[in-house]
Design a protein around this ligand. Structure first.
Ligand SMILES: [Cu+2]
Length: 91
């Protein structure tokens, strides 16, 4: 494995998450960039209790979070009120 290997995922937030499932490779440093492009719904916060991130998503401003990939599995992220959710699959 190359020391500088990284992976970056991109999720558009517009009345839900697109894509709803983000796949990441275990053991490779990862970031996910969220871009909220619509004021629809209550998606101005995204968080994951599983993976320990939470960030506000100002409309039209990309926000990048670091995601731990040391553990394989399926992890959930959701809006601030847990009404919309997506999944991060690490394997
Ligand atoms: Cu919500």
């Amino acid at each position: 494995m190359m020391a500088e290997e990284k992976q970056q995922a991109y999720v558009t937030v517009a009345g839900g998450y697109s894509p709803e499932v983000v796949e990441l490779k275990q053991g490779v440093p990862a970031t996910i960039t969220f871009n909220r492009t619509s004021s629809q719904g209550c998606l101005d916060v995204v968080h994951s209790k599983d993976l320990g991130f939470e960030t506000e998503l100002p409309l039209g401003e990309e926000q990048t979070v670091t995601v731990p990939t040391d553990q394989a599995g399926e992890f959930t992220f959701s809006c601030g009120m847990d009404m919309f959710s997506g999944k991060i699959v690490v394997r």
